[in-house]
Design a protein around this ligand. Sequence first.
Ligand SMILES: CC(C)=CCC/C(C)=C/COP(=O)(O)O
Length: 297
Amino acid sequence: MPSPRRNAEVRALGALGVSASSSSSPSSPAHGGGGGGRFEFQSLLSSRAPGGEPPAGARLRVSDSPVHRRGSFPLAGAAPAQAPPPPLPEEGRLDLNPSFLAIALRSLLAIDLWLSKKLGVCAGESSSWGSVRPLMKLLEISGHGIPWLLGTLYCLSRSDSWAGREVLMNLLFALLLDLLLVSLLKGLVRRRRPAHNQMDMFVTLSVDKYSFPSGHATRAALVSRFILNHLVLAIPLRVLVVLWAFILGLSRVMLGRHNVTDVACGFFLGYLQYSVVDYCWLSPHNAPVLFVLWSQQ
Ligand SMILES: CC(C)=CCC/C(C)=C/COP(=O)(O)O
């Protein structure tokens, strides 16, 4: 008879489409992640340290084991039951927290994929909102790295005030930092773009085959925060800047380029990046070489 707690675990895993096999041979494909969902179940009930011993905090109590349960209800002719072992100390009991965290993450990921597919209404010409796709692609170019880099360089070359040069120099630094960080993260995480995405983007880097985090979302958050802090704009224009960033992020999911979490984390990262740029703010005092070099162009 499985314990109620064990039943609850199996039900929770079942809800996630995870197999509830209890075979735990270390050489079986299920062991060590080979079997996808089965691995989750293994880690929940029989996580083992490399030496074969269960790690502390991940052991089943002896009283829960099938062997012991057989001993509790001896069949006719079976050896008499042994005396029950003393209860294990607290740290020897089954610790479910790590696996529940894994379940929570898996659920979040499942919701992310489901929602992203639902929102990907402009992913192709034949999608339900396929007619809006050209507009979304225009929005895509408005948040692309190349127009922002070229635009900043152009304005720098035309700027005739030190204050203007300082702001633009820092914007250039912010855009380059963003490209570097996003490329690094994409290369590290290597999350594939959604299956429904058509890879027809304007100029991409090799890491742009990956989707986490969204470079457009990081740029949108970074640039809009930068503009709001360093440009004196009327309220309607400030609202427009925020709207542009938000719609650009949404359009990444609608175009099928990203999952929702790529964009949400992209916004968060871009927001943080601005704080870094603000902290390291380049000025003629702390980076005189840059400004002298530029003024000699
Ligand atoms: C080639 C240069 C300078 C930048 C690439 C910009 C780009 C294509 C980013 C990818 O954005 P998503 O991650 O939002 O798809």
